[in-house]
Design a protein around this ligand. Structure first.
Ligand code: IPE
Ligand code: IPE
Ligand code: MG
Length: 232
């Protein structure tokens, strides 16, 4: 019996977050440039997103580009930004077909104009879709997010709109970029690295963690179902 058949339909994790890692190593393994890995990784995103939508997962958050990833060689960053534009152009019909609503978290003001505008347009176009919420973490890091939230909260206190003693868990959560999103139930990281890499530090407080040696470009729907069965 495959893993899909073992999934209990009434216990699907509401929110799954994924650190999609290992694109470069996958490419290197076959003597190819890193970008081949990123391109193949997009295929995995396509398949896993459709699988999540079909299962009835409510939120799927994908770590696509971290604040730290800006420090990669310029050629790789530029190529990734172009790949993101091409991917959105190609995948928007898939999002519409599957009733998926796109959202981003992260400092998207740092993105090149073309990449930024493509995302904003796709977010707008899919805004009435009521199925899976696909959250792409772009130019995101949890420390960036916490610093930004702290500045906003301090500003509210300074202006007299908030009392220091009223700051609680709900306050912090509501100032994070994930304010309208429930905390992840399950975090998956591919590529065998056993770390969080500055992803959703506050929100993952109680998430189940699932690590696999599988590299992201070779991560299949069956691997995804396996992670859900393991969670259940
Ligand atoms: C993850 O794959 C994708 C991004 C961070 C953009 P990597 O590019 O980190 O691939 P590895 O970890 O070097 O194999
Ligand atoms: C984490 O992968 C970030 C993304 C998947 C976008 P990295 O490859 O950038 O993280 P480290 O360097 O292994 O911590
Ligand atoms: Mg990596």
């Amino acid at each position: 019996m495959g893993y899909k058949e073992q999934i209990q339909k009434d216990r699907i994790p509401r929110h799954i977050a994924i650190i999609m890692d290992g694109n470069g190593r996958w490419a290197k393994r076959q003597g190819l440039a890193r970008m081949f890995g990123h391109r193949q990784g997009v295929e995995t995103v396509h398949c896993i997103t459709e699988a999540a939508a079909e299962l009835g997962v409510e939120y799927l958050t994908l770590y696509a580009f971290s604040t730290e990833n800006w420090n990669r060689p310029k050629e790789e960053v530029d190529a990734l930004m172009t790949l993101l534009v091409d991917t959105i152009a190609k995948e928007t019909p898939t999002l519409m077909k599957n009733n998926i609503r796109l959202q981003t978290i992260g400092d998207i003001s740092r993105l090149p104009q073309a990449t930024h505008d493509k995302f904003v347009a796709c977010i707008e176009q899919t805004s009435s879709n009521t199925g899976l919420r696909l959250v792409i973490a772009l130019s995101y890091s949890a420390r960036w997010e916490i610093i930004y939230a702290t500045q906003q909260i301090a500003d509210a206190v300074k202006k007299g709109n908030m009392l220091v003693e009223d700051i609680n868990e709900e306050t912090i959560s509501s100032y994070l970029t994930t304010a309208q999103i429930p905390d992840p139930d399950l975090l998956i990281r591919t590529s065998g690295e056993l770390r969080i890499s500055n992803f959703l530090l506050w929100q993952l407080a109680y998430a189940e963690l699932y690590f696999t040696d599988c590299l992201w470009p070779e991560f299949t729907n069956e691997d995804f179902y396996h992670a859900i069965v393991d969670y259940q």
